[in-house]
Write a protein that binds this ligand. Structure first.
Ligand SMILES: [Zn+2]
Length: 179
């Protein structure tokens, strides 16, 4: 089913979930070339700029992040030279991504995992409710602390509700904060 590419879903899939081009195209029902064109039109940067950890992990730490034999999303693509800090903190299979979310190993065959990993707060809500979250179900941290993943601090919201909550910060899923 064909959908228009909308910026909130696109940014979540592309920057937060680090979904593959194939999966993003499947979600929106579009061609790979449309994604690059969409990014160019809005002036959105390539995600390599936001994921220096993936760049590092493909060499030294790839055994920890990626399953054996799994193809990296950036395989065969040249990496730009990225200046700045590496925001990743490794702690036994968990790490904090550049957006400040704790990433953990996903359950086996999880439909929305990336390379076997997912955001911990979404997993906690899924375990609590006993079902997978849909991609258009966002999870908001009530106290705005992205690492406070106590179930009492997490609430399922729609993308538009979520955008409203974060509007005062002037950030689109934290992307502007990292510019
Ligand atoms: Zn939120």
């Amino acid at each position: 089913m064909k959908k228009l590419i909308n910026v909130s879903d696109y940014c979540r899939l592309y920057y937060e979930d680090v979904a593959s081009t194939k999966n993003i195209c499947a979600f929106f029902g579009c061609k790979p070339s449309s994604l690059g064109a969409f990014r160019n039109r809005l002036g959105l940067p390539n995600r390599e700029e936001f994921y220096p950890e993936l760049r590092a992990n493909t060499s030294r730490k790839s055994k920890n992040l990626f399953k054996k034999g799994a193809e990296a999303w950036n395989k065969g693509k040249p990496f730009p030279q990225i200046a700045g800090e590496n925001h990743v903190n490794w702690k036994g299979g968990k790490f904090i991504n550049i957006h400040g979310y704790r990433i953990v190993k996903a359950p086996r065959n999880h439909p929305h995992a990336y390379k076997g990993y997912m955001r911990e707060h979404r997993l906690i809500v899924e375990n609590f409710n006993g079902r997978y979250l849909k991609p258009n179900e966002h999870v908001h941290h009530i106290d705005h602390d992205k690492l406070n993943n106590d179930i009492s601090n997490l609430i399922i919201v729609s993308p538009s509700e979520h955008a409203k909550v974060h509007q005062p910060e002037g950030s689109l899923f934290g992307i502007n904060a990292h510019k």
